[in-house]
Design a binder for this molecule. Structure first.
Ligand code: PTJ
Length: 299
């Protein structure tokens, strides 16, 4: 893919300076580049947050752990986020709660991490894993040893004690899957009963379901194959979905198992996705009725 080979800067991944490893010259360059963007986007810019999030992907690409295709995937996500109003919708909240219950009920839960997820929510991934007792596993569509190592390092810097799926650890194979995603840890995704797959591409969700696993997807596109194949699909931005799930998991921890089973088992993905589509439809209808042009000061 012709990605530049760099080590990770400490700045991008929310690591306090005291925890940051010593930086090389090229890392400092990256840090300055990021800082310059923050200075360049005025605090009052109405799209500031979105632009800063986008910059995290670009930095991740420059540093070599976000795939080039990950930038395209992010653009697609941004588009769907616009359609839902860039906020968590009621059906997404319901899915996040059911997903938290499913993760708490699981005997061997695993959170699968790719380049985009590591760029957007590294600390949140680790926190959710700790809250529900899940393992973290690197699993990449565009797999390379360098990317595996970089993503594992990011997760460790954000507090992960163990990261599966790196190097020889990814020695088990998901049947009937031909992409690099088929290579998984025998102690992780292969043995898991519940797998969380944020920002996934289609095939693997279907393959994991065929293996009898419960699959929780986080995908802003309600029409993607992943969304339609998962057991529980959360149509929300990963940056909002993971903290919401961690909050629900904290609330639900210690509740009786039959209550959790009712929450997870009572979730109907088809109904939920249809509610998301209706939500988008009604929102667009409402906007179309009200008018959407911006009020600009007269010259
Ligand atoms: O790091 P790798 O090698 O594993 O590759 C990762 C990508 C994302 C490139 C790979 O999985 C891929 O090609 O995915 P797709 O098929 O582009 O699907 C990604 C899905 O994530 C799309 O449906 C997007 O709408 C969705 N998405 C993008 N950004 C977000 C998102 N969903 C939730 N939150 C986001 N921030």
């Amino acid at each position: 893919m012709g990605q530049p080979r760099r080590r990770i800067s400490s700045r991008s991944w929310a690591v306090p300076p005291s925890e940051a490893p010593s930086q090389r010259g090229e890392e400092i360059l990256t840090i300055r580049a990021g800082g310059a963007v923050e200075a360049w986007i005025p605090p009052s810019h109405p799209r500031r947050e979105s632009l800063l999030v986008r910059e995290r992907l670009v930095e991740g690409f420059r540093e070599g752990f976000v795939a080039m295709q990950g930038l395209i995937a992010h653009g697609r996500g941004e588009c769907f986020d616009y359609l839902i109003g860039e906020q968590t919708t009621p059906p997404a909240l319901e899915a996040e709660r059911a997903a938290a219950a499913a993760l708490l009920l699981a005997e061997r839960p695993v959170i699968s991490v790719n380049g985009n997820a590591a760029a957007l929510a590294p600390r949140e991934l680790v926190e959710l894993a700790k809250t529900v007792g899940a393992k973290l596993e690197v699993n990449l569509f565009y797999r390379s040893r360098e990317r595996e190592l970089l993503i594992a390092e990011i997760l460790r810097r954000n507090g992960a004690a163990e990261v599966l799926g790196v190097g020889d650890d990814a020695s088990c194979t998901i049947p009937e899957l031909f992409s690099e995603r088929r290579r998984v840890s025998c102690r992780g995704i292969y043995a898991a009963d519940v797998v969380l797959v944020p920002l996934e591409d289609g095939d693997r969700t279907e393959a994991l379901r065929r293996m009898g696993k419960t699959v929780i997807a986080v995908d802003l596109n309600p029409l993607s194959r992943t969304s339609r194949a998962a057991t529980i699909t959360i149509v929300d931005n990963i940056t909002r979905a993971l903290p919401n799930m961690a909050k629900f998991a904290e609330e639900l921890k210690g509740r009786p198992r039959d209550e959790l089973s009712a929450l997870a088992g009572g979730f109907d993905n088809d109904r939920n996705l249809r509610e998301v589509l209706r939500y988008i439809g009604m929102r667009l209808e409402e906007l179309a009725g009200r008018g959407i042009t911006l009020e600009l000061p007269k010259a």
